[in-house]
Design a protein. Sequence first.
Length: 592
Amino acid sequence: MTIKRLFDIPHYALEKYPKTDMFVTKYHGEWRKTSTQEFINEGNKISRGLLKLGIKPGDKIALITTNSRTEWAIMDFGLSQIGVVSVPVYPSISSEDYEFIFNNAEIQYCFVSDKELLNKVMKVKHNIPSLQGIFTFDNISGAANWREILDLGKDESTQIEVDDLSNAINTEDLATIIYTSGTTGRPKGVMLTHNNIVSNVLGAIPRIPKRRSLDYKETRALSFLPICHIFERMLFYLYQYNGFSLYFAESIEKMGENVKEVKPHYMTVVPRLVEKVYDKIYNTGSSAGGLKSKIFFWALNLISKKKVISKPSGLQEIIADKLVFSKWREGLGGEIVTLVSGSAALSTRLNLMFQNAGIPILEGYGLTETSPVISVNSFDKMRVGTVGIPLDNLKVKIQEDGEITVKGPSVFKGYFQNEEMTKEAFTDDGFFKTGDIGHIDSDGFLQITDRKKEMFKTSGGKYIAPQTIENLAKASKFIEQIMVVGDGEKMPCALVQPDFEFAKNWAMRNNLTIGTTPVEIAKSAELKQRIEKEIEGINEHLGNWEKIKKIELTPEVWSIESGLLTPTLKLKRKAIKEKFIALYNKMYDHQD
């Protein structure tokens, strides 16, 4: 069968790859499987139930879940096949943002996973005239449960109505509106059609390798990134298309436990997770003591010298792989085919290290507006330090100012109820402006150098690309987060959030007293001096105008909850500067 719309994918999977464990979610300590046939049956019930509720094609329904789960997948299928527009929302944003999104999209019903999210929506419900009801996935006393919709749709006699609506849905019909938080301002509603996402799934499939040794029945993917984010969601469809079982992780905190239980072959990751995995590996190896630590550092030194990806060769590398790197792979379940990385730039050093430790990473690039993949590395065409070659069904053009622009079937329809912003997002000849600066090398590999809007000019007239410097700095185990500043100032400086846990361990090893709370640690002169040493090493790789001249340590963790990071863990630069304006002024000797 031909795949044209999102809801075609499960039917294709049933025809080609029927499974007993299409989706698997853990409830009360037990993994519960949903077969391909059950999934379609439940989705049909949702469609029939919503139609009985009076829902029509084009209506908007919000889906919010703290952790991805099978219920979300069933809802997504049930909505899409009757032409209802899904509006997936980040669980971590504020109630005020919920209010804005719900009113902007004119949400009629909302489905939430748990009590905390229910309370968040209830807080602003009275300000949302279009909202008729809220349903929960968990059983919550006094709240309407999503099973009420399933019960409404039990009668199969109305399935003909569902089928008629499905047949009438066009590939260019709106499938979903995804609100991107952005680093400034109100969320923007990105309108994606069925064809936008389907074309991206089909375009990305050749880049993701299939396992040669076992068939689809035994292939597992583990999902833990927010499914409301288009990166995870596109792969959610791709896994279905390929017949992979998709296990939903319980939470980021339980990732280590879930990985060992599931033994996944595929996982989608963001660079921050790769960094965290490496930090854990490093801390374990360095604290083992004695001979174990010596072997760990010897193996690490061996692999750090490799500038290209290659299998262990020579006696030393084979021994290092057996004693050290095989344990890294076991820590990720022991059966990883590849990690797919996106959302932000991955450190070239870490990428090479994991690849040479036998943990392949395919780094890619894209935006919500491009459904999302623009380019991605593949096993047969890979260049570490780039985001791969653009997909075959997309055209990428670098504008005169270095901005990456793109045209093709996966480029979005526009911003919901914002024609002016939509018009501004495209060039005169119809290319979408990504806002990223980059170049394509002679072999066709795309390299991102910075965000156009985040580049700034010092008072001396020199341009600074902060992300490039920040990515170099985050390779340091002392630095959890860093923001390079200096727009209109005489020199670049940086606000640094130390890795407070690593700093405490470092102080303990060196018999230093730096305190135990973030506030105390950030005041430590010894720690600041040590981080300045790290910055000196980074400055060696930079031009004179780019070198960071001063730093200040911030006394708290930068997080989504504190409003300093977006839900995709990008820096909210304006908010960070405002929050730590006293430290900023101190670096530049400004008066408060």
